[in-house]
Write a protein that binds this ligand. Structure first.
Ligand SMILES: [Zn+2]
Length: 288
């Protein structure tokens, strides 16, 4: 009798946990809600006091593997135009937030080798400078000339605002300024329309998104775990230093394991920058 009870428990507990997980987090099989992409920041082999970076060697292996699987790369702008019912299973949206110099020196040559197109989101007020908005060691940003060249090669340039401000904390005038000024700075440099936006710190709400649309943006990115399908919003999985190529491929082909999807979508975005409280700081005064 005891053995039977234990056997029943062993059978039912995993089922119950699995059902609860599905209710809480949704199924993790083929996505039903539009494209999902990959978010990177810096490529470097040097160990950092955070995990928002990725090894150039692993990055090269990742691209080779995606090429072998006939992956189709799509910019955020193009992905946002696809129907949620489309088959996105081998469509890869790859983005680089912050516009650090390593995109030009390390990612771009490898991407060009395969003809893969990505979306880069520079912080428009930091071009040619070093980052100051976080407690992390300062990093060098792309110059205007590099941004112009990247755009000319067919990669999309989107906006990551002027100062990397938390947009949800700004008043209407400051919010509008961050959105419009960054757009016009980048358009002047590239000679192309800037219609995609990446929210600094991943912080946004419907007020911010409406202001972005009023400023002329038609697409934006958001961490995959934080949002369901919404027209114009492309959901991204963060890629971190500890991820293996297989981990990333699993997300690229959009079949993340449940443990992965919860950790990546809900937990890591809050800690990846190493400064969970910093994002709540009113930092708009920095570069006005
Ligand atoms: Zn950022």
């Amino acid at each position: 009798m005891i053995a039977l009870s234990i056997a029943l428990l062993l059978l039912l507990v995993p089922l119950a946990v699995g059902s609860a997980a599905l209710v809480c987090f949704g199924a993790t099989g083929k996505p039903k809600h539009g494209p999902v992409g990959l978010l990177l920041h810096t490529l470097t082999e040097k160990s950092q006091p955070h995990c928002s970076y990725y090894s150039p060697v692993k990055f090269a292996d990742l691209l080779a593997e995606l090429s072998a699987r006939n992956a189709r790369f799509s910019t955020v702008h193009d992905a946002s135009l696809l129907s949620p019912e489309s088959d996105h299973s081998m469509s890869v949206v790859m983005t680089f937030d912050d516009g650090f110099e390593s995109f030009y020196t390390s990612a771009l040559p490898r991407l060009q080798k395969y003809g893969f197109k990505t979306t880069v989101f520079p912080v428009a007020g930091y071009l040619g400078q070093r980052s100051t908005w976080d407690t992390l060691p300062p990093q060098v940003h792309l110059t205007k000339e590099q941004v112009r060249e990247i755009a000319a090669l067919g990669h999309e340039i989107g906006s990551h605002t002027v100062t990397h401000a938390n947009l949800t904390l700004l008043n209407d005038a400051d919010l509008s300024n961050e959105l419009s000024r960054s757009k016009s700075i980048l358009e002047d440099i590239t000679g192309k329309s800037v219609t995609s936006l990446s929210f600094p710190f991943g912080r946004w709400n419907q007020r911010v998104w409406q202001a972005a649309r009023a400023a002329g943006y038609t697409a934006a990115t958001s961490y995959a775990g934080g949002v369901g399908y919404q027209q114009g919003i492309v959901r991204l999985w963060g890629i971190y230093s500890f991820d293996s190529v297989d981990d990333v491929l699993e997300r690229a082909v959009q079949r993340p394991r449940l443990s992965n999807s919860v950790t990546r979508g809900h937990v890591m975005p809050h800690f990846a920058k190493g400064t969970p409280l910093w994002k709540f700081r009113r930092n708009y005064e920095v570069m006005r």
